[in-house]
Design a protein around this ligand. Sequence first.
Ligand code: 5GP
Length: 114
Amino acid sequence: VSEKTIFEKIRDKEVPSEIVYEDDSVVAFRDIDPKAPVHVLVIPRDKIETFSQLTGWDDAAVGAFFRRVSEVAQRLELDKGYRIVINCGAHGQQSVDYLHAHILGGRQLSWPPG
Ligand code: 5GP
């Protein structure tokens, strides 16, 4: 029996978070340790651990997830732009094993990432 990750607990409202958007396919909430003035995480309701595992989803499910990420970003009114980040695995420095897209904005971001 595997332990729930923190994001499953957030999805299931077992731990509080500042949810900015949710529907039947995603939950979007503010990052507890924001790396930019706006830092929101978007998770699919159906848990998978990493971006790599998206190969197991059909095109419609993948598309639904990415469309929601775009819609949530639009709601955040980041008129000057923003960045979508998905960390994957150890080298990607993924720290929570539940697929999530970061939406980062509200300041000029630099490139490349570390
Ligand atoms: P990763 O490093 O896996 O790409 O991103 C995980 C993110 O989850 C980090 O930016 C971290 O600040 C955020 N995070 C970790 N624990 C919590 C929590 O309990 N609540 C919220 N809202 N965000 C969290």
